[in-house]
Design a protein around this ligand. Structure first.
Ligand code: C2O
Ligand code: CU
Length: 484
């Protein structure tokens, strides 16, 4: 793995500087054992420390927010590796509780998937774990904890993993956008009291009111006229669906959830990301020098600005914008999906506020005690079961190579984003006679919507399947499946 690669992105560099200044004055427990091991890390091993720090979520004019972050920063450092190469990350847990590292969207060996109790034991406070695997697909991925995930992500633990294509891509440069929302108190601290809110879990999840791009209130992307940027966007929020809108620049969707798509220009510049979704966009700076174009996010009532693209006053980078982009080079995904011998199953999603289940729970006066799922905190079900995922029998078990076609039927009044580990899938058209021209690892569904998907179960092991609205996952909307 190229060790110089981690500093290549301007975003990364800024974050490193920020962290150096900010991550002080936090009393840490004793980590001597973990630090000793990190110091011994062989060459080519990227040490990643999950630890407390602070982040200027409200901008430089306000006091920073205490966070948990990878290397103490929010977001964590951008990790870069080339397709086919090995990524070797040593996670050092400097948090006061257990954690794990999950590589969202990466089709990796099961033992490296970072799911506590299913693929590994949780990494204890002061402990460490080596994640080591070859990355099969080029694209935009991200990493985050899978232990106590709703709380740990909302404290700031997540980062982007960029897997570079083997050949150069026709964009002038990469810009990373890690989007998040926060629920902050007036003094800027995270509103920790609401981490285990029964109300949030039963509704949309823990929606924040303060938006950040790369851990800051807004982003300003300076571009030369006719420059082509590759925006790598991830929705790192626990629960918020993010409808984005780009104005006055030419936007082309190039990849979704890390996998190349048939390029298309989204209608009215609108792109919607559910929690966990990524999108790679080519953005052509078609503005006049000195002009700028906002990047908007639709909030419940109004549109808010996440920042803007600013066209530099100097000479254009070329005399005219680039022409329509060719698709990104393909990844080694299954060439065909055999519907005839598929394992088909219905996966109704039920529960939440305005459901019978919720009414029963309210009558019993239940609340969500402690961390994560608890037998008393069952608000949601998948295929009739309320689970955080690893308890009980698998949702299904198939032989390697079999096609699986789940039909998720959202019976609830809330959106959900179903995420499959270890595999990418196709979103089917209504009659199962075709699929959308892209792959997904997380499918967003509106209230009462059904999503039918198909994938080849070609990765052996025990894999999670769960709602990426993390409070829903905590309170029942999770399961696992087995590929033997
Ligand atoms: Cu992004 Cu199971 O997670
Ligand atoms: Cu959900």
């Amino acid at each position: 793995m190229p060790t110089d690669g981690f500093a290549r992105s301007p975003v990364t560099r800024r974050r490193f500087l920020g962290a150096g200044v900010a991550a002080t004055c936090v009393a840490l427990p004793r980590w001597s054992q973990a630090q000793g091991r990190a110091a011994d890390a062989p060459e080519g091993v990227r040490v990643l420390r999950a630890k407390p720090g602070t982040a200027p979520l409200r901008g430089a004019d306000h006091s920073p927010t205490p966070v948990w972050g990878y290397d103490g920063t929010v977001p964590g450092p951008v990790l870069r590796v080339k397709r086919g190469q090995e990524l070797h990350v040593r996670l050092i847990n400097e948090l006061p509780e257990e954690t794990t590292l999950h590589w969202h969207g990466v089709r990796l060996p099961n033992a490296m998937d970072g799911v506590p109790h299913l693929t590994q034991a949780p990494v204890a406070a002061g402990g460490s774990f080596d994640y080591r695997f070859k990355v099969p697909d080029a694209g935009t991925f991200w990493y985050h904890p899978h232990q106590y995930a709703s709380e740990q992500l909302d404290r700031g633990l997540s980062g982007m993993l960029i897997v570079e294509e083997p050949e150069p891509v026709a964009a002038d440069r990469d810009v990373v956008l890690v989007l998040d929302d926060w629920r902050l108190k007036p003094d800027g601290a995270n509103d920790e009291a609401s981490f285990r809110s029964f109300h949030d879990a039963a509704h949309a999840g823990r929606i924040g009111t303060h938006f950040t791009v790369n851990g800051a209130p807004a982003i300003q992307i300076t571009a030369k006229q006719n420059e082509r940027l590759r925006l790598r966007v991830v929705n790192a929020a626990n629960a918020r669906v993010m409808p984005l809108r780009f104005e006055r620049v030419r936007v082309t969707v190039m990849a979704i959830d890390g996998q190349p798509a048939e390029p298309f220009e989204p209608r009215e510049g609108r792109v919607t990301l559910g929690p966990g979704n990524r999108v790679d966009l080519f953005v052509d700076c078609t503005l006049e020098p000195g002009a700028s174009a906002p990047i908007m996010l639709q909030d419940a009532r109004a549109e808010v600005s996440l920042g803007r693209v600013v066209c530099e006053a100097g000479a254009p980078v070329r005399t005219a914008p680039l022409s329509d982009p060719k698709p990104l080079p393909p990844n080694p995904l299954p060439a065909r999906i055999d519907f005839r011998n598929a394992h088909r199953l219905d996966v109704p999603l039920d529960g939440g506020a305005m459901s019978q289940m919720m009414a029963d729970a309210m009558r019993a006066g239940r609340e969500i005690p402690g961390h994560g799922i608890d037998p008393r905190a069952r608000l949601w079900t998948m295929a009739g079961q309320a689970s955080s995922g690893h308890h009980g029998p698998p949702l299904f078990s198939v032989k390697r190579g079999r096609t699986v076609m789940p039909a998720f039927a959202n019976k609830t009044a809330w959106p959900h984003g179903m995420h499959l580990h270890g595999h990418h899938f196709r979103l089917l058209d209504n009659l199962d006679d075709g699929w959308k021209p892209f792959w997904l690892d997380t499918v967003l569904m509106g209230p009462r919507e059904t999503a039918r998907i198909a994938f080849v179960a070609d990765n052996p092991g025990k894999w999670m399947i769960h709602c990426h609205m993390l409070e829903h996952h905590d309170t029942g909307m999770g399961a696992w499946f087995e590929v033997t």
